[in-house]
Design a protein around this ligand. Sequence first.
Ligand code: TXA
Ligand code: MG
Length: 338
Amino acid sequence: MKARLLRARTGSGAIDMASVDEAAGLLRDGRLVAIPTETVYGLAANALDRAAVARIYAAKGRPSFNPLIVHVPDQSAARRLAAEWPDAAEALAQAFWPGPLTIVVRKQPSVPPEVTAGGDTVALRAPAQPVARALLDALELPLAAPSANRSNAVSPTSAAHVMQGLGARIDAVLDDGPCAVGIESTVVDVTGDVPRLLRPGGLPIEAIERVVGPLARAEEPTGGARRASPGMLTRHYAPDVPTELVDPSAFVAAMSRMPASARVGAVVRTAPRPSDPRVVGWERLGDNPAEFGRRLYASLHRLQDQGATHVLLERVPDAAGWEAVADRLRRAAGPIRR
Ligand code: TXA
Ligand code: MG
């Protein structure tokens, strides 16, 4: 099987409803379709169809304990899947939906356990991406969708990335070009007294805190301990070769440790590419965290395509605005725990 590529735009740039309807038909039939969102491409299935949701886990090789985000058109659709809709959910949805924010609430019994990995909460998000919105409107069904990559691999920000990783395992890809935000949604749990950050992401933390006050933080996951957000395994979003996080001042030393036969790929902020024959790719993503985040996954995919055998990632500032990028870099370089 090879996924069909469905182009989401006509020549004039309008949304191609024939493609959207085709994707909707496949999804109604319980098939898997990768869809564009403003954060990353998602691997979508009808969230109310248990067999279809099970296919997501199989296609990704995703562990069954890691629950999925459910995508809805708006707050009223979200509320139909929630057993409780606390004031914080209301305030956050009002302020940031549609957009790169996922809200975890108590679930209705109608949400199948496959979606929530057996838990009694559900993660909900209304995406802003116009094609995703057109699809959700046409379908009138909630869509379960994790990022459209094999489990632990680098997330996709283009249809080509999806095809490369999952093309042989899914039914179609709805292609709307590169993702505007490029990094996954921020995940906030509002089931407790104080809203809690489970994953930094495309919506900056300061923006959220202006609406609901200071967020509690999830502790870092450790081996066997209970995880607040089961998806946050240490190694994640990772290139498939040894990957190291390096202080800017230690870059030269890190290069000198590379074997003579190494093919080195690097992601840096502004450092110029050294004239070293071992360097096969040098991605300079700049000093703006939103821009860095938007380009990061495409850079990691490119380094893989260039045949890098070692990847060096420059550590970014421990400063407001950089949390999501710092988190993804750390997880890309984390110890392998698959
Ligand atoms: O931007 C995004 O969020 C993208 C697009 C496609 O929407 N999706 C995405 O999904 O990043 P995924 O599966 O790669 O990450 C979902 C994260 C995981 O860390 C998972 O553990 C967490 O959300 N999550 C899902 N349901 C949860 C729940 N009920 N409670 C706590 N965490 C949950
Ligand atoms: Mg993911």
